[in-house]
Design a protein around this ligand. Structure first.
Ligand code: JFZ
Length: 443
């Protein structure tokens, strides 16, 4: 065995330096946009008058819709208002550095022009255009990394069927079975689609999902990981390619090495940082990934911004979702919230991008912290009423302290003996009610 080799992906040999180099842009980016867009935007959470608390892109499952009926949504998927330039602008202005879009979700419908299927936006819908081609080009143009989500679970593939009480055999379901010989056939199909995706659109990440099938093994995951890397050696692949993921917590188990470059907590943030482990929390802004017209349980900008900070302080990335409509629009409440995050990031982005986790051994009582070089960024959520911020010791001395928005005005600070912490004197008013950043330059 090579010393220093990264063993997370036994299918490839890569030194630690090579691995760090491949992960570099992703680690520095910290913030990306998830886009769940597909045929499920047509029913938008309602089928035959039935609504649900469940997620919109699972409607084929919870409304028990047979394949032949679900296919009819293609007739009404005509996103004439889709504007690649505008979508990328919304992401970029939010401070996001990459975009991950559903190339194919569990429903099996391809959002790009696939030559190995007719069940795609170009062949099967009145739109007859490939929005992915425009989005990939526009992302590149505006300096964002373009990436794909791809579901291993496929409710539309002919060899797949559902075997569950009360369920139509061709409807959606949490798990499917494959007819004899179906797995080999389906593997060929997936590889053909993945080849199209990687060679035609040059994605920075492949974000797999739907791996929790009985017929999908860790060996399959390792092989698929190696296949995608063979198409583009520098690509980054999430841990849902294999079977290592521990439920919604999303990080890989440690009993053996599992395929994948990063863990995928879903709708949650790990309680603490995980030194040496790359991870990305994906979250919705309301309660669904795919568009539901009646879901108005929106997170506030405060919650979203503090989630971004909390995640960065633990060394992770934040993949924040939008679910565009069948017309091709990102819902207005999402656009508004992203603009609020962008306004905060424009001023405070230095405290997020290319940072690493908090240097403090415990979570700070007043907020969070990140590090970069000889700087520590303190994110103050609760501004001290007496103007004195108490900062625990972190094993280094402070050289200078200032507000990120006022780098030329030093803040006074005192050393606290014998505990080794500091107090920093702050102005009476918080510069930002959501999170104000204090920079500590250390010796
Ligand atoms: C998955 C998808 O099912 C979901 O539609 C969305 O794309 C999200 C980002 O990823 O979410 C899951 C993952 C696992 C389970 C349920 C939903 N699970 O194991 O029950």
């Amino acid at each position: 065995m090579l010393t220093g080799a990264v063993m997370a992906q036994p299918a490839t040999t890569e030194s630690k330096a090579q691995h760090d180099q491949r992960m570099r842009w992703w680690r520095e980016a910290r913030f990306g946009m998830f886009i769940h867009w597909g045929l499920y935007a047509v029913p938008a959470g309602e089928y035959n008058g039935k609504r649900s608390d469940r997620i919109g892109e699972w409607i084929m499952e919870w409304a028990n819709i047979p394949r032949a009926d679900y296919e009819k949504f293609t007739n009404d998927f005509n996103p004439v208002k889709f504007d690649a330039k505008e979508w990328v602008r919304i992401a970029r202005d939010a401070g996001m550095k990459y975009i991950v879009i559903t190339s194919k979700h569990h429903d099996g419908f391809a959002l790009y022009d696939s030559k190995v299927s007719n069940y795609d936006i170009v062949d099967a819908t009145p739109y007859h255009r490939d929005p992915i081609k425009e989005l990939a080009a526009e992302a590149k143009k505006q300096g964002l990394v373009f990436c794909f989500y791809y579901s291993i679970l496929d409710w539309h593939y002919p060899a797949a069927y559902v075997d569950a009480p009360g369920k139509d055999p061709t409807a959606g379901n949490r798990t499917t079975k494959l007819r004899p010989g179906g797995k080999e056939e389906y593997l060929k199909y997936m590889k053909a689609q993945l080849r199209e995706l990687v060679t035609q659109y040059d994605p920075g990440v492949l974000w797999f999902d739907g791996e929790w099938q009985d017929w999908w093994t860790e060996e399959d995951g390792k092989a698929l990981y190696a296949y995608v890397r063979s198409l583009k050696p520098g690509i980054i692949i999430n841990n849902r390619v294999g079977r290592g993921r521990e439920g919604m917590k999303g990080l890989s188990k440690t009993d053996q090495t599992y395929a994948g470059d990063f863990g995928t907590p879903e709708q949650q943030i790990p309680p603490s940082g995980l030194p040496g482990v790359d991870w990305e929390s994906c979250m919705t802004m309301n309660t669904t990934w795919g568009f539901k017209f009646y879901d108005d349980k929106w997170k506030s900008p405060e919650v979203i911004i503090r989630n971004l900070i909390d995640i960065a302080s633990k060394g992770g990335n934040y993949l924040l979702n939008v679910g565009p409509t069948k017309e091709g629009l990102i819902p207005a409440p999402s656009v508004e919230r992203l603009a609020a995050v962008g306004a905060w990031m424009k001023i405070n982005g230095d405290s997020i991008y290319a940072t690493t986790a908090s240097p403090f051994s415990n979570q700070l009582s007043f907020g969070r912290a990140t590090s970069k070089g000889d700087r520590i960024y303190l994110h103050v959520f609760d501004w001290p009423a007496d103007g004195k911020l108490t900062v625990p010791s972190f094993g280094k001395e402070i050289k200078r302290a200032y507000l990120l928005i006022k780098p030329k005005s030093p803040l006074k600070f005192q050393h606290l003996d014998p505990a080794g912490g500091f107090t920093i004197e702050l102005p009476a008013q918080a510069p930002d009610p959501i999170a104000s950043v204090v920079v500590l330059e250390t010796k």
